[in-house]
Design a protein around this ligand. Structure first.
Ligand SMILES: [Zn+2]
Length: 72
């Protein structure tokens, strides 16, 4: 679990740690794939919600992120 952050950033797709996903799931939150911000009031299966931070429709619920394999 000691992956340097620089390697994660260099990946084409943004991923999240299992701990982040679990925390988001417990808080009814999702994550923005564009900027990585946590968004509140996301159903676990939220898909392409609008991000409050970057205004991209790239917010996904915790369970959706797991299904998409965006966890490392
Ligand atoms: Zn965003």
């Amino acid at each position: 679990m000691a992956t340097p952050k620089s390697i994660v950033r260099a990946r084409k797709f943004r991923t999240f740690t299992l701990a982040q996903i679990e925390e988001a799931s417990g808080l009814d939150c999702g994550f923005c794939l564009a900027c990585g911000a946590m968004q509140e009031c996301c159903e676990p299966d939220a898909c392409q919600y609008r991000c409050d931070d970057c205004k991209e429709n790239q917010v996904y619920g915790a369970e959706e992120l797991l299904i998409m394999g965006r966890v490392h």
